[in-house]
Write a protein of this length. Structure first.
Length: 291
């Protein structure tokens, strides 16, 4: 749950693989039969990405890769980089290259760009809502299978932070783990005995009594589940800086400010990735002269 710098780029092999899979899904066994029939092989084209609604941009590198996989010489000129706000009508970027490549890759590029920008836009709304408090907005593992890294990148672009990436990089002892292990203390002890000193351990609690029990043990963070702002404030006082405090459950744009004002360090919001609306971005292509 360390703060991730937004300017860290997604690894190129990750982008390459995801885009190749998306293009393969679209092209199937026969390719783009419409474009191949209508557009000459040597035709060139350019086009502009423009926002049709206000939001925050994310995913331009992914969009560029979609075009370059079909035309290695394709160029993307960026006017508004990832992480920046745009108003409706703002031209975000211009792409130029082989016309067939641009038309065939258009939907894949827009799918990634619109989805990631939608997540960044919603994240920015939450981040703005807690501005001036100590709280940071973080994501969850409620992501689209296979696209988690892209969606978590978009959260960073929107001003949020990333929670654990998967089951492998941090211990999060939840209510079901506690039930199976035979109690909070037993679960923490088992986890502490198993993982190395570099691995963080977080415990989920939903009552003040459970929190007090967890704090008897050495933990790095505590997830305060479905607590009211008053309960969260009491929990923060009890923790007294001994662990990172994370509020979760019942978080929306109407409640997030009161949750933040309770003094928690982090607020996890599943909606950032499972309920973000796609940002409406269009690509208007103009066919140029033949090469």
């Amino acid at each position: 749950m360390t703060r991730a710098r937004f300017d860290l780029r997604l690894p190129e092999p990750l982008i390459t693989t995801a885009v190749a899979n998306a293009l393969a899904e679209d092209l199937g066994l026969a390719g783009d039969i419409t474009t191949d029939a209508v557009v000459a092989p040597d035709a060139m084209a350019s086009g502009v990405f423009a926002a049709r609604k206000p939001g925050v941009v994310a995913g331009l590198d992914v969009a560029a890769t979609a075009f370059r996989q079909l035309d290695p010489a394709a160029q993307l000129q960026v006017f508004v980089p990832d992480g920046e706000r745009v108003e409706a009508g703002t031209v975000i970027a211009r792409v130029s290259g082989n016309a067939r490549a641009l038309l065939t890759a258009e939907r894949v590029a827009l799918n990634f760009l619109g989805r990631m920008s939608g997540i960044a836009t919603l994240t920015r709304r939450y981040a703005d809502a807690v501005a001036g408090t100590r709280a940071h907005i973080i994501d969850t593992r409620k992501t689209t299978p296979g696209l988690r890294a892209f969606e978590k990148y978009a959260v960073r672009a929107g001003g949020g932070m990333n929670h654990r990436i998967g089951l492998f990089d941090a211990v999060l002892i939840k209510d079901n783990h506690i039930a199976v292990a035979g109690g909070i203390g037993a679960a923490i002890a088992a986890a502490r005995a198993r993982v190395g000193h570099m691995v963080k351990i977080e415990v989920e609690v939903d009552t003040i009594d459970q929190l007090a029990e967890a704090l008897v043990h050495r933990i790095d963070a505590v997830l305060l589940d479905n607590m009211t702002p008053d309960q969260l404030a009491e929990a923060v006082r009890l923790v007294a800086g001994r662990a990172i405090t994370e509020a979760s459950g019942g978080v929306n744009l109407d409640t997030v400010r009161a949750i933040a004002e309770a003094g928690v360090d982090l607020i996890s919001v599943g909606a950032l990735t499972h309920s973000a609306a796609v940002l409406d971005i269009g690509l208007d292509v103009e066919i140029g002269n033949r090469a």
